[in-house]
Design a protein around this ligand. Structure first.
Ligand code: GAL
Length: 694
């Protein structure tokens, strides 16, 4: 072959290869549509009809988003690439040196996510942060001050700073493994990449002056946090699966005799005639008079919460009617209603109203809508709405949350409950995630992580090997969104370990005393998007790598739990002065301290100028007004706002709430509670000020 022909063939071949690499379905230059201050939407390719948000019908809180300071996106848009190739969407974001990434689902072992590889997939957490988790929210927050939601109900692959492209602008140094001891199998990466197995996706960008502002915008875009009814913040006890009415009365009697707080009793599968699959009908052998039962507990100020899972028993009352609207596959022989359909919400709504809500049941624990693959319907399942098996897996828990929230909302009643799966878009639904995994330390990492992704998590207590572990677990659950002992399998009581019984009671009582403070923190979540329990990395002014094992609760409390086997620990105090919650003494100023508090106390610190409004010790969440004591920390004049409303209904959404201004001056040991003119006060009968720092 003549040389020129050879060269021509080689050139053509190279051209063909280059074209093949570049051959993406054409994606028009991305259009960043501004939807609110610091929020932009971008549509890539042809997104699926169904996404994480549009099936939930929640509305962004635009006014609150717009009230946050507007800042431009701190990332060069030209360096973000969005392409469709091979029927999938490829997304790439540039990473700076030192930039940190957070979010990407409810992780249990890690908080900072740069360096991780995941496939985001709803599942029961299986022990590694590989993306299979209860809330694999495809949202990342960058320490640069922005975050992106990939609003797709698909199993999304994430390479969070692990991949190196040959055209990298900041390539890792090339090292010779033969000669260089510093050679690394994980060379530096300046890329955050996603692969969405769909021909397109909607992306929502959020900016913020701080990471906390980014998270607030994300939460508000998802409707803002839920405001639980006030009783939801008291103490919950779930009883063994086959408990009868009589057993429950005895259980409640035990709490009363010993003077332990109790707000909610949770019934497990045995309240129904049949579970796994579920009949959703009362077992009248164990509960002969459900109305009387719920009423009697209500008279004692105790709410009832019912367990359920999605599978409808084929023989039960509701099965025939709902059957045409269920998926092709079952869960433990139960029909799986397609909760995206109005027909299902109507039929199942009637069932839950008649059997539970109209009887006064306060809420549900919606179990096992997460996985594993062997129990929840597989991806080959299909649903009558046209939602695929994969999408339904990503959405099932979210759809159940929407359904149940609406049932209570139509009665103008707030509920608070539990759920095993959620995703982006569920922020405003009043459900807290839990699981069976039960590693105490990892439970706290999850508590930290939930604050990046707009979900709530409870490190629920079940059983323990030692009284030390029992107490340590009880201490952390009392500083979480839902303080609960789940005794469904073990029949444990708060007093199960007599040698720590009094200490357990103390921390449970502290939980009750903190309700005014916690309720205010939740109001900020609902109205301003600020998570009530937060990662240290979200703390403005916090410098350095954020620890996984301490967290903020509300505006002013820093909680640093100890785990069984530990007698002391390090606590990283952010900038400013911090005080010991129990004594009011100065604990440190923007430094790392070591504490050895003994078994009886969980280390808690208060920000300088923090005011913690507390009730007197009590065992029930009060229905009427009670005195409140405002504990003031530090020596400078301080102020905070205390939130109040009726504690039960959605009237607060129409403006029926009051912010009470508390001001305190330690120098003159004086304080004032200022109720705005015409403001209603529902919960407080008087205000006292206690100056903790001498
Ligand atoms: C589990 C759940 C437990 C308990 C149990 C009842 O899946 O996590 O908390 O409710 O089911 O069978």
């Amino acid at each position: 072959m003549p040389v020129t022909l050879k060269v021509m063939r080689k050139t053509l071949r190279l051209l063909a290869i280059t074209l093949a690499i570049c051959a993406c379905d054409r994606v028009k230059a991305p259009v960043y549509e501004r939807v609110a201050s610091g929020v932009w939407k971008v549509e890539v390719g042809t997104p699926d009809k169904v996404n994480l948000l549009n099936v939930l019908q929640t509305s962004p809180k635009f006014a609150a988003i717009n009230a946050l300071e507007e800042v431009p996106l701190p990332v060069d848009k030209d360096k973000i690439t969005m392409e469709v190739f091979d029927g999938k969407t490829y997304l790439r974001f540039p990473l700076d040196r030192g930039e940190r990434l957070y979010g990407l689902g409810l992780n249990f072992k890690s908080v900072a996510q740069r360096g991780s590889i995941k496939r985001l997939h709803v599942d029961h957490y299986g022990g590694s942060d590989n993306g299979r988790t209860h809330a694999p929210v495809p949202f990342f927050v960058s320490s640069k001050g922005y975050g992106v939601l990939i609003n797709s109900a698909r199993y999304i692959d994430v390479y969070a700073g692990t991949s190196v492209r040959k055209d990298s602008e900041n390539p890792p140094e090339i090292k010779n493994r033969n000669a260089d001891k510093d050679w690394s199998a994980r060379p530096y990466s300046d890329n955050l990449e996603f692969l969405v197995p769909a021909k397109g996706a909607e992306l929502v960008f959020f900016s913020g002056k701080t990471m906390l502002d980014v998270v607030k915008r994300f939460n508000l875009y998802n409707g803002g946090g839920p405001l639980p009814p006030k009783w939801g913040l008291g103490f919950w006890q779930r009883v063994p699966a086959l408990f009868s009415e009589e057993d429950v009365y005895n259980e409640v009697g035990g709490f009363r005799e010993r003077n332990f707080p109790l707000s909610v009793i949770g019934l497990e599968p045995g309240w129904m005639t049949c579970s796994y699959p579920c009949s959703y009908q009362w077992d009248t052998g164990r509960f002969p008079d459900p109305d009387g039962f719920v009423g009697r507990l209500a008279d004692e100020g105790i709410k009832v919460n019912l367990w359920m899972n999605p599978g409808v028993a084929p023989g039960c009352d509701v099965a025939r009617e709902v059957r045409p609207y269920t998926g092709t596959h079952t869960e433990w022989n139960g029909l799986l209603p397609d909760y995206s359909l109005p027909e299902v919400r109507e039929i199942m709504g009637r069932c839950f109203r008649n059997n539970a809500i109209d009887k006064g049941v306060s809420g549900f624990k919606m179990d096992e809508n997460d996985g594993y693959d062997s129990w929840f319907a597989p991806d080959v399942a299909r649903y009558p709405s046209g939602i695929s098996g994969e999408q339904m897996r990503q959405l099932y828990g979210s759809l159940m949350q929407r359904f149940m929230t609406e049932l209570y909302r139509e009665k103008n009643l707030r509920t608070y409950g539990l759920v095993r799966a959620g995703n982006a878009g569920t922020t405003s639904f009043p459900f807290v995630i839990y699981n069976d995994y039960y590693n105490h330390r990892d439970f706290i990492t999850a508590l930290v992580n939930c604050s990046f992704i707009g979900v709530l998590w409870t490190p629920e207590v079940r059983a323990s090997k030692t009284s030390e572990e029992w107490l340590r677990r009880m201490q952390t659950v009392c500083f979480s969104p839902l303080a609960m002992l789940n005794a469904w399998a073990d029949g444990t009581k708060p007093w199960s370990f007599p040698d720590v019984e009094e200490r357990v009671k103390e921390v449970m009582t502290l939980r009750m005393r903190l309700i005014p403070y916690l309720y205010t923190a939740f109001a900020r979540y609902a109205l301003e998007g600020e998570p009530p329990v937060r990662a240290m990395a979200l703390e403005p002014g916090f410098e350095g790598e954020a620890p996984n094992d301490q967290f903020m609760v509300g505006e002013s409390l820093l909680v640093a739990p100890l785990f069984a086997g530990e007698t002391e620990r390090k606590v990283i105090l952010p900038a400013g002065r911090w005080y010991d919650f129990y004594t009011g003494e100065l604990a440190g100023t923007g430094e790392v301290i070591t504490v050895a508090p003994g078994l009886d106390r969980i280390p808690v610190f208060v920000r300088d100028g923090g005011i913690i409004p507390m009730f007197d010790p009590m065992t029930n969440v009060p229905a009427g007004p009670c005195p409140v004591t405002a504990c003031v920390y530090g020596k400078r004049a301080a102020a905070c706002d205390l939130y109040d409303d009726d504690g039960l209904t959605y009237d607060y959404e129409k403006g029926a709430f009051t912010w009470i201004r508390l001001t305190a001056d330690p120098a003159s040991a004086s304080g004032q509670a200022i109720v705005p003119e015409g403001g209603t006060v529902w919960s407080f009968s008087g205000y006292e000020f206690k100056f903790m720092t001498k």
